[in-house]
Design a protein around this ligand. Sequence first.
Ligand code: NDP
Length: 284
Amino acid sequence: MSNIIDGKAVSAQVKERIRLETEKLKEQGIEIGLAVVIVGDDPASKVYVRNKKLACEAVGFTSYEYALPAETTEEELLDLVKKLNNDDKVNGILVQLPVPKHINDKVVIDNILPEKDVDAFHPVNVGKIMIGDYNFLPCTPAGVMELIESTGTDVAGKECVVIGRSNIVGKPQAMLLLHKNGTVTICHSKTKNLKEVCARADILVAAVGRAKMITSEYVKEGAVVIDVGMNRDENGKLCGDVDFEDCKDKAGFITPVPGGVGPMTIAMLMQNTLTAAKAQNGLL
Ligand code: NDP
């Protein structure tokens, strides 16, 4: 039986650390604000935005929520982003993706000030992550790193395999593991012998989006297995990319879905907002 990594507990520790630091900053007269902008009424996005608001309250940030109708034009959204860029009360800006199809999300991200881009999606921040000189960490991969650290595993010299090469998860994940001196392989839909490549991994991160694709044959005995996937199984139940029941006895450590990576993403967003506020107040 492997050790199950409790994402909720690790995320609670991270948020408590942030809450204490926020309290100290308040004593120095520094209030932290996060603006969350949502366009349209995608139900999943609404849930994420609500969770972000609750997390802000829990750590002592002020959250500014902007719920715009689906027919909002790109120009109107850019006007709001510019207003938030110039608002000193707002330390971090997050535009919930996806935005409706008539709005170009790249243009919107490009217009967020890199210093306030707490999702770390702006090309300047992506570039900084590439060269290892960064303040903002991409939230989901950063959460994965915290979970790996919580197991006491030292990434240096380990065989790390990341399945998935998206800009928001796979690629930055590989980069963060590389910065910690892992030997990193990135797999994707064209990878040959995926099973064999994965079975070499001391640390396996699955970010694919295919329910229960990773069975025990993909897992090396004792490996750390991190499941980023959020999918629905045949009964409509939330599940990951990893077949948890099949892998849990072979892995050394494994994250469940739900309760693994998910709670970490929002905790790392809070961390980035705190970092942004410190940097904007000359405290970094
Ligand atoms: P994308 O769809 O952008 O990327 C999926 C990646 O998986 C692609 O690189 C794709 O390869 C690869 N892939 C697809 N099929 C296979 C296959 N059969 N074998 C090997 N590789 C394959 O997804 P995201 O990165 O945005 O998200 C991945 C998963 O993580 C999703 O389930 C998403 O819901 C979840 N997620 C969870 C978060 C959380 O907070 N827990 C946050 C963000 C995402 P190719 O590039 O060749 O197409």
